[in-house]
Design a protein around this ligand. Sequence first.
Ligand SMILES: [Zn+2]
Ligand SMILES: [Zn+2]
Length: 281
Amino acid sequence: MIDLEPTLKRIRALLAEDTEQSATYAALEARLALERVCYDRLQQHHDYISSAQLRKWQPAAVINTLIAEVDEHAAVTRTFSVSKGPAIPGGNPADEEYVTVGTEVGFNPKLVGELWNALSGLALHVKLPKKRGDHIPDYGDACAIRTKVEEVLTELERLSQTTMTFSGFGPEVSFTCSCGEKNKRRAGLLKEGHSTFCINPNCKASYRITKDNDEFTFESELTEVKCEKCNEVNSWPVRTFYSMKYDQTASFNCRSCGSKNLVRWRLMRRVRPDGGPTATP
Ligand SMILES: [Zn+2]
Ligand SMILES: [Zn+2]
C-alpha cells in the first residue's frame, strides 16, 4: 500500500510557492498521485485479475473494472473490526464491543476520472492559438489550476486514510493454470460464457467460464491447426494470435513431425449455424 503523505506535502509546498509554474507542477504531481492511488488498489487485487484483461489504463476505468470483475464494493468505505470477547452462542453481535483493525476508503471512479481529466485540460496543455497574433501563454490560468489542485488534494487526503485493503467478499473459486499459476476469482462476479485470463503476465492462457448448479468449470481456450504434412493437431492458447495483424503470416514447427507450417490471420465468411443464407462481410 502506498504512503500518499510525501506526495501531499510536495503538492502543498508547490501551491504555497504561489506562481504559475508551481501551480502547474502541483497539477502534474496531483494527476500522477491519482494514477498511483488507483493502480495501487489494482495491485492489491492482482491475484484476481490479469492486467491484460484491463481494457483501459485510465485510473477511473481501472477502478470500474475492479468493481465489475473483482470487488463489487470497492466504491464503498469499509472498516474491519473484531470483537473484544469471544462470540457467545445465541448472543446479539450488535451488543459486543469491537476494536477497529483497519479501514479501506471507497473510490468514486466518476469523481477520480473528472478530476484527472480536469487537471490535464487546465494545466498540462498549452492553449491552442485561434488566429495569427494570438498570444501563446507559457502556462494555463494559475487561479483555475490552483482551485482544481485543491479539490484533488481533498480527495487524495480522504483516500490516504486507508489503512488496510480488502480483496472483496463472498465465496472464492480457484484453478491452477497450465503454467502453474494459481488463479483466484470471486464466485459472485463470474459470468457464464465469459473469458478470464491467467494472472501470470508471461502466460497467454485464457479460460471460458461455465457454471453447472454452483460448480464452476474453467475450460482452456485453444486454437487448433492441423499440420500440413502429418495431420497432427497442434494447439495454442487463442491469445497467442491476438497480436497478429490482418493478413500477417506466422509459422510454427509441428510438434509431431517438425515440419514448418504457415498460418495467416484472414477474414472469413461464416456459414450460419441454422444453415440459412450466409452473411457476407
Ligand atoms: Zn498461466
Ligand atoms: Zn506434422
